[in-house]
Each structure stands twice: as C-alpha cells, then as structure tokens.
Design a protein around this ligand. Structure first.
Ligand SMILES: Cc1cc2nc3c(=O)[nH]c(=O)nc-3n(C[C@H](O)[C@H](O)[C@H](O)COP(=O)(O)O)c2cc1C
Length: 154
C-alpha cells in the first residue's frame, strides 16, 4: 500500500487543519496517510519508507519559516529522488497575491532544485486562512489529497 507523509508546521492551527483534511483526501483512495508535526520528526530515519510527501507551512514574511527550512535539511541527497511531493499552506494577505511568493511554492521549488523531486501537477495549494473555515476550503484540501493519492496509485 502506498504510504504518504503529511508533515506540517503550524503556529495557530490553520496549517494543522489543512493537513488533516489533505490526509483525509489521500485516504479516500485507500492510501495510508501519516500526519506529523515537523517538530516531532528529529531523526532522518523517520522520513524513510514513504512513497509521497506533502509539506505544510504558513507563509511568514513572504518566505518559508525557519523551522520548516531546518526540517527540510533532514533530507539527504538522494532521499527524495523521483519522489512525488506536494505542499500546502494558509496565508493572510492576498492584496499582492503571487503564488510564487508564498511558502508552499517556495518549498516545492527548493525540493525540485536540491532533491530532484517530482513536482505534483496541481502545484502547491495556498489558501487564504478565512477560506479555510468554509466548506470550499475544506473541499479544496480534501481534493488536493485525493488527487495526490490518485497520482501515486497510477
Ligand atoms: C511572523 C509572521 C509573518 C507572517 N507573514 C505573512 C506574509 O508575509 N504574508 C501573508 O499572507 N501572511 C503572513 N502571515 C500570516 C500567516 O501566514 C497566517 O496567519 C497563517 O494562516 C498562519 O498559519 P498557522 O496557524 O498554521 O501558523 C504571517 C504570520 C506571522 C506570525
């Protein structure tokens, strides 16, 4: 059975709730989705044995928060070669919204460049935090996970 790690960093619970909905979506197709806070993963061995990885991070100052950058350094060269990766996260301000400015997109760029990952077709899922409270927000997360799972099962 394909196994997916959903690892997230969250300060006020928004990224955490996205992580749970995304994992639900992954499970729709019978895949095993494990949800973990990045701070619970200290040993690179905990990152082994997954077929796909989905990383959750809020945007801080139009960048990836440092605990997320530190977490990503646990991966060694080659660990993620050819692995399917997705990323997601909430943000607050969309007045100057450019996908590429938000942490989830930056995470996928970094992983693709440094670890030769396979980028998920749907790219990163960035949601304004108030949308998360709505049914549409929940569904967007579940759909992201579901389509990620379908792609892995192919
Ligand atoms: C230090 C800090 C910097 C932030 N910088 C941005 C930003 O540049 N752009 C933005 O849209 N939101 C920014 N935010 C808002 C968070 O991305 C947003 O509230 C997010 O939903 C928090 O997710 P969490 O509850 O999972 O931590 C910032 C929040 C903090 C605490």
């Amino acid at each position: 059975m394909n196994k997916v790690l959903v690892a997230y960093f969250s300060t006020s619970g928004k990224t955490e709730s996205m992580a749970e909905f995304i994992a639900e979506g992954v499970r729709f197709n019978g895949l095993n989705a494990i949800v973990k806070k990045m701070s619970e993963i200290k040993d690179p061995a905990q990152l082994a044995g997954f077929n796909g990885y989905i990383f959750g991070s809020p945007t801080f100052s139009l960048d990836i928060p440092w605990p997320v950058k530190t977490f990503l350094k646990l991966f060694k060269n080659g660990d993620l070669n050819g692995k399917l990766t997705g990323a997601f996260g909430p943000y607050l301000h969309d007045s100057s919204y450019h996908h590429a400015d938000y942490a989830p997109d930056k995470i996928l760029d970094l992983l693709q460049k440094d670890y030769k990952t396979e980028r998920f077709d749907l790219d990163a899922l960035c949601l304004r935090e108030d949308i998360l409270e709505t049914r549409d927000g929940m569904k967007a997360c579940q759909d992201y996970g579901r389509i990620f799972g379908e792609k892995l099962n192919k």
